[in-house]
Design a protein around this ligand. Structure first.
Ligand code: GDP
Length: 428
């Protein structure tokens, strides 16, 4: 008991001292490349200037990083001689022929993806079970040990459970809520056997995770998805995986490489875009991200693209700059593409535990987060973070990543998650 208590105290202290401002902490700990001057420029340029067609031309004239497979406008097409709308029209005309072929191809893909659905789902479920192995080996095993090891439901029993849930990154507040509900059920149902608490606890954990029915409505309309997250969480990889996934399900996708602070980010993203066979529009290093977004939405409108995935800078030296930059991009979309459905996904690295939770809070303060993508669930023994983020932030986890390949991203399904987590045998 004393051992758990010591660990608990330490854990609670760690949780509460998780970086005060992880967004800034990530900025501080990143490479020496100084972005502050660029952040200042963003502020000085002014939203109208930055988002103007002229400005956007200059940002994109030599820099549209189009995928060959995407077979979209070439760099030369986007010459600075023409206005942004002329450019967009030109792109549209040029693409008419190819888009029909793309449509036919995607219809075929649709049919085949429908047929393959059960197989694909099963495939991912296996990966999910495998991906959650570390978590299962850690807190689920410890939990079973408590259920079997205790003969009475007493304070010690609840204390042990509390330790295990907190250690599994379910979060202090969520753990308290879950245990309060458990205690009420034990009392009202007159439960005497600790073992009988297992199923109740699983249900209570399941109930903390809530994915609203309209969570995936963005898939059925023209949408722009801003993807935010600090560097290293797996944002680039996730955008690549998502692009591939959406394309495979018959959607047309465009990647907007608006993280112009990191040259490597655009290169890496281009590799994913090529792999997924989707076009990408970017800007020169240090170009105004809002101008890249402007070009991207113009292209998406003229091409009739279903979903635009916008990669945003994961490292800004303070919250004010981050807020300025995101709101500037959002204003461009509001103005240029008001009919588009909007989402903002924050990508969080599950292995960073409570710090991930704090990052999500910070991003939610500067922009309206509509969904969470949890990456590296395969690399953590504390998969309880999936419960904590949903329970504490009241935001749905929409996708989870359980590996580094394109197939290792799937919609988050609370039932599958709980089943994979608490399943007794790994091999079935
Ligand atoms: P970014 O800086 O946020 O854009 O991060 P990257 O996309 O470059 O990813 C950082 C590292 O995390 C890379 O090595 C990725 O392969 C890895 N990564 C991303 N998602 C996952 C995941 O779901 N599981 C595992 N194991 N690794 C991942």
């Amino acid at each position: 008991m004393a051992f758990w208590n010591r660990k608990k105290k330490k854990k609670v202290e760690e949780a509460s001292s998780a970086s005060e401002n992880p967004i800034e902490a990530a900025a501080d700990s990143s490479s020496s490349e100084d972005i502050s001057s660029q952040a200042e420029n963003v502020g000085e340029t002014g939203e109208e200037d930055a988002a103007s067609a002229e400005n956007s031309s200059s940002a994109s004239e030599e820099t549209a990083l189009e995928s060959e497979e995407g077979n979209h406008a070439s760099t030369e097409d986007l010459s600075s001689e023409v206005t942004a709308s002329e450019k967009a029209d030109a792109v549209s005309d040029e693409e008419k022929g190819s888009s029909k072929a793309e449509d036919e191809a995607s219809e075929e893909e649709n049919e085949s993806s429908e047929e393959e659905k059960p197989k694909k789902k099963e495939g991912f479920f296996r990966r999910l079970v495998k991906g959650l192995a570390k978590t299962r080996a850690n807190f689920v095993k410890n939990m079973d040990y408590v259920f079997r090891g205790f003969t009475n439901i007493d304070d010690d029993f609840y204390e042990e459970l509390e330790e295990i849930l907190i250690m599994g990154d379910i979060g202090v507040r969520t753990t308290e809520e879950i245990l309060d509900e458990l205690k009420v059920e034990v009392k009202t149902e007159k439960i005497k056997e600790p073992e009988a608490c297992r199923e109740i606890l699983i249900r209570l954990i399941r109930d903390r995770m809530f994915v609203p029915e309209d969570a995936y409505d963005f898939l059925n309309q023209k949408s722009v998805i801003m993807v935010v997250g600090v560097n290293g969480v797996g944002k680039t990889t996730t955008i690549g995986k998502l692009a591939r996934k959406l394309k495979d399900s018959g959607k047309s996708v465009l990647i907007s490489a608006a993280d112009t602070f990191r040259a490597a980010a655009a290169d890496q993203l281009k590799t994913w875009a090529d792999r997924a066979g989707v076009p990408m529009i970017g800007g020169q290093d240090g170009a105004d991200p809002a101008a890249v977004v402007y070009d991207s939405v113009q292209a998406a409108k003229s091409r009739g693209t279903d979903i635009v995935l916008v990669d945003t800078a994961g490292r800004l030296h303070n919250k004010k700059n981050l807020m300025q930059e995101l709101s500037k991009m959002n204003r461009v979309i509001d103005r240029e593409y008001p009919e588009a459905h909007r989402e903002t996904f924050v990508v969080l690295d599950a292995t960073t535990g409570q710090n991930a939770l704090q990052q999500a809070r910070e991003f939610d303060e500067v922009t309206d987060v509509t969904g969470i993508i949890l990456t590296k669930m395969d690399g953590t023994a504390k998969g309880g973070i999936a419960v904590a983020v949903q329970s504490e932030l009241k935001k749905p986890v929409k996708y989870i990543g359980v590996g580094e390949t394109a197939e290792d991203l799937e919609r988050f399904d609370p039932d599958d998650f709980v089943e994979a987590l608490f399943r007794q045998k790994e091999e079935d």
